[in-house]
Design a protein around this ligand. Structure first.
Ligand code: FMN
Length: 186
């Protein structure tokens, strides 16, 4: 069997009192129970990335982590029909490290369930030569979708997470091989 794919889960919200950890922890438990992945977390609250895109030791370490990863998932809230600014900075802070790698999305929010944020992110990740995974996970009225233990009974989301991980593993595996045998033309 192939070695597990290094999957970095990027947590977007950096807001005080954010709901993000509930959604992110649920997804992390799901992903970590899947032997196809070796899962890490990049919580943007704890990784200071300058919005002016200047170079810092933290930026260098962040880019090294991206370079070592074979797949990504962004756990994103939706603010005013868009994605949080922290994610844009996170995407703009690297370049070659993203290329020819797959990225999936877990969105949450009020009425929209983060779907508008996700669709906007697809445009951005295409520009940085990533493959966006078709299946995405969405929680509308997110705070009602989880119980006090951080578990959800939202069958559609549970099913979507499994499908998304399956597609992410497929792309991750094939693109990892392809990057080695036939370097991506940039
Ligand atoms: C500034 C702001 C704008 C928001 N805009 C939307 C929106 O356009 N669509 C939506 O579904 N939810 C919206 N919400 C609700 C958030 O998605 C919801 O509060 C979510 O829990 C935020 O994630 P966080 O707590 O992890 O930061 C907004 C919340 C904030 C704070």
């Amino acid at each position: 069997m192939d070695s597990p794919l290094r999957l970095e889960v990027i947590v977007a919200s950096v807001r005080p009192g954010r709901f993000a950890p509930v959604v992110a922890d649920w997804f992390l438990r799901t992903a970590r129970s899947d032997a196809r992945f070796d899962v890490g977390v990049i919580d943007l609250l704890h990784i200071p990335l300058p919005t002016d895109l200047s170079e810092t030791p933290e930026v260098a370490a962040y880019r090294e982590r991206l370079a070592a990863a074979a797949a990504f998932v962004v756990v994103t809230s939706e603010y005013n029909h868009g994605y949080p600014a922290s994610v844009k900075t996170a995407l703009d802070t690297a370049k070659h490290e993203w290329r020819a790698k797959p990225i999936g999305f877990v969105g949450y929010g009020g009425l929209s369930g983060g779907l508008r944020a996700i669709e906007q992110l697809r445009q951005v990740v295409a520009e940085i030569h990533m493959v966006s995974i078709r299946e995405s996970v969405s929680f509308h009225q997110a705070k009602r979708a989880f119980d006090a233990d951080g578990e959800t009974k939202d069958g559609a989301a549970i099913d979507a997470a499994q499908r998304m991980l399956g597609q992410l593993a497929w792309w991750g595996r094939h693109l990892r091989t392809a990057r080695t045998t036939d370097p991506y033309p940039s």
